[in-house]
Design a binder for this molecule. Structure first.
Ligand code: SF4
Ligand code: SF4
Length: 330
C-alpha cells in the first residue's frame, strides 16, 4: 500500500483538491536532483535473481572458479537491520571518468579510472536520501549486496549492451548502480525480462575494440574470465597473451565503453582530473607498505576508493607507464 505522506485539502467552491506526495514521488524528486534514477522490485524477486545467477554457473556460462571469486560475495537475503524486508530499490547515478595526472622522470602521464570505481560518496548519498525519507516514516534501509547489473536490467532501470554493461537512459554505461533493502513495500514491482539495447543489433564496435576479444556474438554474457578488468583487479602476473598496449586504466578497462556510440556524449564532459605528485607515484612504484605512505597520498587513494586496490597499483601503474607510447584514450 502506498503511504500518504501529505494531504492538503484546498477548498475551491465545493471542490476539494488533494495534493498527494507519496514516498515514491518524494524519492523521485530527491534522486532527480542528483541526475539519478531508481526502480523498485518486490523482495520475492531475490529468489529469481539467485536462480538466474546459479543457472549461469550450472550451465557453465561462467566458469566455476570465476563464479566463486566474483559472485560468491553476493547475499541473497536482507541483513538483520531490515526486518521483514519488502522491497529492493535499485539506483543508477551518472558518474565521471577520473583522469589521474602525474610526472614521472620528468615526463607527464595521464591515466584513467573508469566511471563506477569511485563509489563511496555515491553510496552514502543514496543511503542518506533513502534513510531520510523512509526512516522518517518508520521504515528501515540497508545496502543490498547483489549482482547489480543483472538486477538493474531485470528492474528495467537499464538494458544490457553487447559488452555486458548496463546502459541507463541519460547515463550510458557510465552509471554507478547501488541497491538497498527496505521494509517499506513500494507499490510497484518493476521486475521484467532482460533486454539488450536495440542499438547493439547492427553494431560491433565494442567487440572490435576489446583488447582481449572477450565479447562474444552468441550470448549476452562476456567471457569475464578473459576480461582485462578481471586480471587487473586481481593479484598475479598478467597472462602473456595480454599485450602491453591492452592496458588503459589504473584499474578496469575502458575500451569497450569509449568506442560505444551510446556513451559518446558522456566522454569529455564528465571527466574529472586529479594530480598525484612524482613523490606520491614513487611511493606506489616502490611498493611502500600502505601504513608507511604519507597521509596526503593515503587520503587521495581513499577519496578515489583506490585504497582497496593498493597492493595492485604498482603492477598496474608500471605497465601503464611502460605502454605510454600507445595513443591516448581521448
Ligand atoms: S559499442 Fe555498439 S554493440 Fe557495443 S554496447 Fe555499444 S552500441 Fe552495443
Ligand atoms: S572491459 Fe576491456 S577487456 Fe573487458 S570486455 Fe570491455 S574492452 Fe574487453
Amino acid at each position: 500500500m502506498q503511504i500518504l505522506l501529505k494531504k492538503q485539502h484546498i477548498s475551491l467552491s465545493d471542490i476539494k483538491v488533494a495534493t498527494i506526495e507519496t514516498i515514491t514521488e518524494i524519492l523521485q524528486l530527491e534522486f532527480k536532483k542528483l541526475h539519478a534514477k531508481f526502480r523498485t522490485v518486490k523482495i520475492i524477486r531475490l529468489k529469481d535473481l539467485q536462480v538466474e545467477l546459479n543457472t549461469w554457473r550450472n550451465d557453465g556460462v561462467i566458469p566455476k572458479k570465476f563464479f566463486e571469486q566474483n559472485y560468491g560475495q553476493f547475499l541473497f537475503y536482507p541483513p538483520d537491520t531490515v526486518q521483514n524486508a519488502r522491497s529492493i530499490v535499485i539506483i543508477g547515478i551518472l558518474q565521471k571518468i577520473i583522469c589521474v595526472e602525474f610526472f614521472y622522470k620528468g615526463k607527464p602521464y595521464q591515466v584513467v579510472i573508469p566511471p563506477t570505481y569511485v563509489y563511496s560518496d555515491v553510496r552514502a548519498t543514496c543511503q542518506g536520501i533513502l534513510s531520510n525519507v523512509l526512516r522518517k516514516n518508520g521504515f528501515s534501509v540497508d545496502r543490498a549486496i547483489l549482482p547489480m547489473k543483472l538486477l538493474a536490467v531485470r528492474s528495467g532501470l537499464g538494458k544490457y549492451g553487447k559488452n555486458n554493461l548496463c546502459y541507463v537512459d541519460g547515463m550510458g554505461s557510465f552509471t554507478r548502480l547501488e541497491g538497498f533493502y527496505t521494509n517499506y513495500e513500494f507499490p510497484k514491482d518493476d521486475w521484467c525480462e532482460k533486454e539488450i539495447m536495440v542499438q547493439c543489433k547492427n553494431c560491433s564496435l565494442c567487440q572490435k575494440a576489446c583488447p582481449t576479444q572477450c565479447i562474444p556474438d552468441d550470448r549476452i554474457l562476456i567471457h569475464a574470465d578473459h576480461c582485462l578488468t578481471y586480471f587487473n583487479e586481481n593479484e598475479g602476473n598478467f597472462p602473456t597473451w595480454v599485450t602491453r598496449q591492452s592496458h588503459n586504466a589504473l584499474v578496469g578497462c575502458l575500451y569497450c565503453q569509449i568506442v560505444c556510440p551510446q556513451n559518446k556524449k558522456y566522454l569529455k564532459f564528465y571527466q574529472n582530473k586529479i594530480n598525484f605528485t612524482e613523490e606520491e607515484i614513487l611511493f606506489i612504484l616502490r611498493k611502500t607498505p600502505k601504513e608507511h605512505i604519507p597521509q596526503t597520498l593515503a587520503k587521495k587513494l581513499i577519496d578515489l576508493d583506490l585504497d582497496e586496490y593498493y597492493s595492485l597499483l604498482e603492477r598496474n601503474l608500471s605497465v601503464l607507464i611502460q605502454s605510454n607510447d600507445s595513443p591516448p584514450l581521448f
